[in-house]
Design a protein around this ligand. Structure first.
Ligand code: NAD
Length: 484
């Protein structure tokens, strides 16, 4: 029986069945805009993860493993149709669970979910090896085989979209998946698991086990029968995952945090740069790994840019995420709100100038007003540490060398932007910036066809594009003797 979208009791999805946790435990998930409990969700523990991994292994060795690539692709295209059919209830559910404005899920997340799924569905029958001639008396070639059972661990900022970044390529490659959504946002992942069954994916191909990271997540990472873990989340947990994965040397991809610089020179289109800088930090309440949280501005235009950025922050319509006119919702949880407000205090104490925002504007809901700090020094904590909230730091620079030194001067290396009309300068920055993605005269666009990921504390490996096909397959070299 499919879930009623407004049902208050949700079970795990293991082997195609809705099952309660073996322990009988549940946890509450809360609407961050109202602080209302919207559902009680079965809390997976190690035994449930074990059952999910066993059912994923059975599906891999059984119907899914025997399916032709074109049939797998057809299942994934059908899943895309079902997601499209149900997109409005899915958008509502995601908005309720994560506090994201429906308008931005409709404009950004949902199109990306469908594009990602269809892009990889198209790959399912095009995963080829190569004939590599070696000796005259041998036929030698490679083939790419599914890596096996994949544990996918995702965060709460883009639950469906980041979930799909992992599930779509894994399934296209013929892997089976145990998906552990973030405990703050488990609902759309469970619904996705049901739609996968309706689309004809055999039971066990996609299992969904919500639960805390320290128990359900760690059980998946430690499991000896999981072949790969693909993780998006914080650097601290990324390090724990590497340690846990060492047990059976499972493959790991880590997409971690960021503290991205957005560099504005005086010769840029200032209006466009400020507009993009505002959306670069305030979109999704700043809960974006590539948020442009460090706005590096040449001293000649620092005062003007700070003022215009503050005016944009003040004009953002903050409120009920279900209202189509709302542009910014709450942050995801009380803990996240407290963390962001604490960082705002740190900024004040460090001597940065609070230009606008910096408060919790309502008593109910985990809202933080869009905040701009001016006069931030490069080495302040608010310039170095990931806040993951709607807090912009404007940092002045005097020349290119200083801009590049500041831009590259954090522990992260995920994304960066640069604004100028001087092409040679743009190219110097494109080469010099330490980042997995560099935007020039724009900030923030991504596309599933382009590799995405970082280095250092931003993790390693790339998602998206053809590189994801390599992530979820293992090459096999074949040598056939052709002599009698
Ligand atoms: P988090 O690391 O706390 O949690 C992420 C996921 O890991 C959740 O599902 C959580 O339950 C699970 N988890 C926690 N502890 C675990 C453990 N010991 N073993 C296994 N799993 C565990 O991160 P978060 O607070 O949910 O998300 C915010 C972080 O994610 C930020 O640092 C942000 O920059 C990063 N992020 C990165 C990207 C990217 O593409 N690089 C995208 C979105 C978010």
């Amino acid at each position: 029986m499919p879930y009623d979208l407004h049902s208050s009791q949700w079970n795990l999805l293991i082997g195609g069945e809705h099952v309660p946790a073996r322990s009988g435990r549940t946890f509450a998930t809360v609407d961050p805009a109202t602080e209302r409990v919207i559902a009680h969700v079965a809390e997976a523990g190690a035994e449930d993860v074990d059952a999910a991994v066993a059912s994923a292994r059975k599906a891999l060795d059984g119907p899914w493993g025997r399916m032709r690539g074109s049939e797998r692709g057809a299942c994934l295209f059908r899943l895309a149709e079902l997601i499209e059919r149900d997109q409005e209830p899915l958008i509502d559910l995601e908005s309720m669970d994560a506090g994201k404005p429906v308008a931005s899920i409709r404009r950004q997340d949902m199109p990306a979910v469908l594009d990602t799924l269809r892009y990889y569905a198209g790959f399912a029958d095009k995963i080829n090896g190569q004939v590599i001639p070696t000796h005259p008396d041998a036929l030698t070639y490679t083939m790419r085989e599914p890596i096996g059972v994949v544990g996918a661990i995702v965060p709460w900022n883009f639950p469906l979209m980041i979930g799909m970044w992992k599930i779509a390529p894994a399934l296209a490659c013929g892997c089976t998946v145990v998906l552990k959504p973030a405990e703050l946002t488990p609902l759309t992942a469970l619904r996705l698991g049901e739609l996968a069954l309706e689309a004809g994916l055999p039971p066990g191909v996609l299992n969904v086990v919500p639960g805390p990271g320290a128990t359900a997540g760690a059980a998946l990472v430690d499991h000896p029968d999981v072949d790969k873990v693909t993780f998006t989340g914080s650097p601290g947990v990324g390090r724990q995952i590497l340690r846990g994965a060492a047990g059976n040397l499972k493959r790991v991809t880590l997409e971690l945090g960021g503290k991205s610089a957005n560099i504005i020179f005086p010769d840029a289109d200032i209006e466009a740069a400020v507009r993009a800088a505002a959306s670069g930090i305030f979109f999704n309440s700043g809960q974006v790994c590539s948020a442009g949280s460090r706005i590096l501005v040449h001293e000649d235009i620092r005062a003007e840019v700070t003022e215009r950025l503050a005016a944009r922050a003040e004009a953002i319509r903050l409120g009920d995420p279900r209202d189509a006119a709302t542009r910014m919702g709450p942050v995801v949880s009380e803990a996240q709100m407290t963390r962001v407000l604490d960082y705002i205090d740190v900024g004040r104490r460090e001597g940065a100038e609070l230009v606008t925002g910096g408060i919790r504007p309502t008593d109910r809901g985990y809202f933080v007003s869009p905040t701009v700090f001016g006069g931030v020094a490069h080495d302040m904590r608010i310039s170095q540490e990931e806040i993951f909230g709607p807090v912009a730091s404007v940092i002045g620079f005097r020349d290119e060398d200083e801009a590049l030194r500041y831009a590259n001067g954090t522990a992260y290396s995920l994304a960066a932007g640069v604004w100028s009309r001087d092409f040679p300068r743009l190219h110097r920055f494109i080469r010099g910036l330490k980042a997995g993605t560099v935007w020039a005269n724009t900030f923030g666009p991504t596309d599933v066809r382009l590799p995405w990921g970082g280095a250092r504390d931003s993790g390693f490996g790339r998602e998206h594009g053809e590189v994801a096909i390599e992530n979820f397959t293992e090459p096999k070299s074949v040598w056939i003797s052709t002599c009698d």
